[in-house]
Design a protein around this ligand. Sequence first.
Ligand code: SF4
Length: 269
Amino acid sequence: MSVGGRGPGVRSDFFVQLYPTLRCNLACGFCFNRGLPPLPDVDPAAFARMLDNLAAAGVATLDLLGGEPTLHPRLGELIAALAARGMRTTLSTNGRGDLALLERLEERFGRGTLRVGVSVNEGEAPADGREARADRAAAAVAGADALASALVKVHVFAPAWEAVVDAMVYAVRSRTQYVNASALFQEIVASNADPERLKGLGPQEQGHPTDRHPPLAHRLEALSVDRERLAAASLVTSPTSPAIALVEDAETIEQGLSAAEQRLIAETS
Ligand code: SF4
């Protein structure tokens, strides 16, 4: 689950991504599920408790992803729990699940509660595919070097978040908490930014469970960036113009997210 939330005064358009089930009726070659251990379907009672925590943190929107969400045998109960709290969800199906069920749920709860999206990810990243076109558009705006180094950083440094979560769990158990957990993430990344980290990025590498894009090697190849320049840029952890500067009042948002995540840790650990 990816958590987004807010503290007082923060905008309410942050959301949480949740995987009600990791089971799926497809077997896409790039699927992140292949690297995850089998996990049980989300229990509706635990889901309702989590919604209460998220509502208290000011989060009003969830993305329900998968696996294929319609394979969750109690999906209707999950949507009903959202509706009961006046929360909204966008549910992503692979289009091969129980679409009639989704139609019934949409009709019952209304599109103000449930919106359905169909995922059309591509496994082999063809040169004219949707993902490649999106990368080319991003490169046209920010430059191929900036995009390529951002992709590498996500793949290389995403695992550092596990250390941050461990630290937050320890802090919560010690009856304290991090004000801004992302600052800790940045510290960990900065102290681990050495060329050794760039070794072993294979063509099937998937850096983060929510990253469903084609393999990194395909995307870098399509961007045609100079490898040495890319390696150097990928190890810069405090750029002069960081992307976070584009987010208004980022520190307050980070603090709200940190507080929400630690509330959930306290609730579930
Ligand atoms: S990428 Fe999505 S549709 Fe494909 S196997 Fe994984 S969860 Fe199923």
